[in-house]
Design a protein around this ligand. Structure first.
Ligand code: FEO
Ligand code: CA
Ligand code: CA
Ligand code: CA
Length: 596
């Protein structure tokens, strides 16, 4: 993992200059067109977006907030006509609702949300399915497309797999332990080989408030998952988010949700076999023997890398035969050994320490408390595992580790080699025999991120990487049809890096390995999510999340209120419009592949 001399990048586009301003920027010779904005109408009867007339009813018929994962499901195999499936991870009330932030003694204060505002938040969460079509080289939304759909925090879903129906999943509203209303904090995701979309419930702890009795049987588990957190105000109006009233409701979140975007009436399925964690996503590959492998990150400091291997095989001839593949298989957690080998440890009830004496009376207990089970197995505590992407072209797997400033010097290991890891790193896994189902493999660090010109940072980009080309905080990534890696980031900022987040093209093979180039960057305050390429590599869809948001890292810009002090008005740049998280379609001017 030493810095490599390297050749020049294999990517031929002219690099964007890194920096900070209120607009998005793409490499010369490309168009980056806003396709879908928060509030855009999806159906014939959807009202046009009016920030002063928000209602839950309107929001449930419009594109949701904070787009994260983006999936593209071709219709009849087309790379120019398909279904875009988008996660809406969370809401920023201070950027959504006019007038709720006031400055008191120089400090921004947010008023408590009304029930109507909470209902708008709940409707702005979840997912969107929307038909899109490329006409004369430009993507258009098909309003009222017959598969168009909003999924929200109120949409009925079912729990399936080994934990479904378990006592720990039963509530007053659902004595069966199988029916859940809604999904929350849908971060990254993945597409399955049979054309469904996986959506990860990530920071679900934030939606729960109230106090669990100290002697409650869930107390230890809830402590491990950080429940309740009380970041949202939903419990003020909905008892199911109050753990003192409905202590099992949090166990019904933290799952991977599978949706079939081709059928707007299909019931989304929370697949318990894939474990319960703060799911970033689940990107998949078909192994040589036909079984399907899904790689999953649990995004918290010192949490783990997982994979799930189906028991059954993918059937390319019969879509219906695959629809419940994800209910039966083996969940593994990764141990990254100091010698560069890797072992996948099975999370199976009755094996090793996963026994009734240790609190795991069944596979349901192992899955509901996946983190506690993985703790018992001694898995490697990582620096915030985000998107994990298998590359079917090379057989390698890329693990985005976004950062971990809390890792102390005496807590470093070979796979997490930096104390106070502010900029994150990327691990490359090679499974034994190039077999994604293997229980052993090798790993190495592809990149230690951060500014290579600052020696203390210890970054390992190739010397061919320019001052624009390095990045920190890798979060999402995509592999294009040609097998090349693209990384989007969460956490550049004036304080950390003097640049905004963006999309970088990263060489993984040959002389140019560990060379990175900046292709697209976002407006101030935003992070970049969801990169995905159409199968012809002629379009990249990216999701610009929370533009103008002022996190801790954004001083001197402060925490902006709705109409005052906004650092950008992207993408409308109108004084009566708030910022709007949006999906952007990137194409090459005159057509052709994004990168050759
Ligand atoms: Fe929602 Fe791990 O980023
Ligand atoms: Ca993410
Ligand atoms: Ca991805
Ligand atoms: Ca992130």
């Amino acid at each position: 993992d030493e810095a490599r001399a390297g050749g020049g990048s294999a990517f031929t586009f002219d690099e964007v200059e890194a920096g900070v301003d209120d607009k998005h920027h793409v490499a010369a010779g490309y168009d980056a067109d806003v396709l879908l904005r928060w509030g855009d109408p999806l159906f014939a009867d959807s009202p046009e977006f009016d920030p002063t007339k928000q209602s839950a009813q309107a929001q449930a018929r419009q594109f949701g907030y904070n787009n994260d994962y983006v999936g593209y499901i071709p219709l009849e195999g087309s790379a120019e006509h398909g279904l875009l499936v988008v996660n809406h991870e969370y809401t920023n009330p201070h950027l959504m609702f006019p007038g709720i932030v006031t400055i008191v003694d120089g400090e921004a204060k947010q008023a408590p949300l009304s029930k109507e505002q909470v209902d708008v938040e709940m409707a702005a969460h979840g997912m969107t399915v929307v038909e899109i079509r490329k006409v004369d080289g430009k993507w258009q939304v098909v309003r009222d497309g017959k598969q168009n759909r909003r999924i929200t925090s109120a949409t009925e879903m079912v729990l399936t797999g080994p934990a479904a129906g378990h006592n720990r999943l039963k509530t007053n509203a659902d004595p069966t332990g199988t029916k859940v209303l809604g999904t929350v904090n849908n971060c990254a995701g993945g597409m399955t080989p049979w054309g469904t979309v996986m959506s990860g419930e990530e920071n679900f702890h934030g939606y729960f408030a109230g106090e669990l009795p100290a002697d409650h049987p869930e107390a230890a588990s809830y402590k491990r998952y950080g429940i309740p957190d009380g970041a949202y105000e939903w419990a003020n109006f909905y008892e199911r988010f109050d753990v003192s009233k409905e202590p099992n409701e949090p166990n019904r979140f933290g799952w991977m949700v599978e949706i079939d975007p081709t059928d707007p009436n299909s019931v989304p399925k929370k697949r318990t076999a894939l474990g319960r964690l703060k799911h970033e996503g689940a990107e998949s590959a078909v192994a040589k023997d036909g079984r399907v492998v899904l790689y999953q990150g649990d995004d918290e400091r010192f949490d783990y890398v997982y994979k799930f291997v189906t028991a059954g095989k993918f059937n390319a001839e019969d879509r219906a035969a695959n629809m419940d593949l994800l209910d039966d298989g083996t969940l593994y957690v990764a141990n990254f050994a100091e010698d560069g080998t890797l072992e996948w440890l099975p999370l199976v009830h009755g094996q090793g320490p996963l026994t009734a004496e240790n609190g795991f009376a069944s596979q349901a207990d192992v899955l509901i408390g996946t983190r506690l089970a993985a703790d018992r197995l001694g898995a490697t505590k990582m620096d915030r595992p985000e998107d994990i992407q298998p590359n079917p072209t090379t057989g390698k797997v890329y693990v985005m580790l976004t950062n971990n400033t809390k890792r102390k010097a005496d807590q470093i290991d070979a796979a997490n080699p930096r104390a106070e890891n502010a900029f994150g790193h990327i691990i490359e896994i090679a499974e034994d025999g190039g077999d994604f189902t293997a229980t052993k493999g090798k790993w190495e660090i592809l990149l230690k991120c951060g500014d290579p010109s600052v020696a203390e940072v210890g970054a390992s980009f190739s010397t061919a990487t320019t001052a624009n080309g390095w990045f920190g905080m890798p979060d999402n990534c995509a592999v294009d049809a040609a097998g090349r890696l693209w990384v989007s980031t969460d956490g550049q900022g004036p304080k950390a890096t003097d640049r905004t987040d963006g999309l970088w093209a990263v060489d993984t093979e040959g002389e140019a390995r560990a060379t990175s180039k900046l292709f697209f960057r976002v407006p101030i305050g935003a992070e970049l999510c969801g990169p995905i390429f159409t199968t012809d590599d002629q379009t990249a869809f990216v999701a610009v999340q929370h533009p103008a948001d002022g996190g801790e890292d954004w001083e001197p810009f402060g925490r902006p209120s709705y109409y005052e002090d906004l650092s950008t008005r992207w993408p409308d740049f109108k004084p009566d419009m708030p910022v709007r998280p949006s999906v952007v379609a990137i194409t090459k001017q005159g057509g052709g592949k994004i990168a050759v």
